[in-house]
Design a protein around this ligand. Structure first.
Ligand SMILES: [Zn+2]
Length: 178
């Protein structure tokens, strides 16, 4: 895998440039953690939580991506090539983000979707970091960083929501487990 990554620096840079050792997050658990009282799969009201409070209630691995906008290493997250049938939620707050039928096989090493579950599942801001013009994708409920949006996705939208696995939490459809 290391050799494969080494052979594709341009591709990786186009997706997420922050992949240098020491600045990456490896995928661990996507559990929101028992200390998180703001997590809900039913409450869609926008959260206004201080960064200090997030630091207290989120596991470090989720906090680093969700609140500090770090990026997990390509091809390491638990969902980049995952094909389960179900729903992806924000790992920080429980907001429903994507359905598995909008997920597609992307070669960038991060889970990729062509549309969100609801129009307001996420919000967007311009990201000028690293001398690049990108659109950052935030959770529509907690404002946590999820990844970036690109225009090289498949039909019908042509969009590619390039997400970090660590801030997603997958719940399989009950029917898919029978
Ligand atoms: Zn969220």
């Amino acid at each position: 895998m290391r050799l494969f990554l080494f052979a594709l620096p341009a591709l990786l840079a186009a997706c997420h440039p922050k992949t240098a050792p020491g600045s990456v997050v490896t995928a661990e658990t996507n559990a929101a953690g028992p200390k998180n009282p703001y997590y809900s799969r039913t409450d869609t009201a926008t959260l206004h939580i201080s960064e200090a409070e997030w630091k207290k209630v989120l596991p470090d691995s989720i906090y680093e991506v969700s609140r500090e906008k770090d990026t997990e290493r390509a091809f390491t997250g638990k969902y980049w090539n995952y094909t389960g049938i179900g729903t992806y939620y924000c790992a920080a707050c429980g907001n429903a983000l994507f359905r598995s039928d909008s997920k597609f096989a992307s070669e960038c090493g991060w889970p990729s979707f062509f549309e969100t579950l609801r129009p307001n599942s996420v919000s967007y801001i311009e990201d000028h970091s690293y001398n690049m013009e990108r659109v950052e994708v935030l959770c529509g409920r907690c404002g946590g960083h999820l990844g970036h949006l690109f225009d090289d996705g498949p039909p019908p939208t042509g969009k590619r929501y390039c997400m970090n696995s660590i801030v997603l939490e997958f719940e399989p459809d009950v029917a898919s487990l029978k």
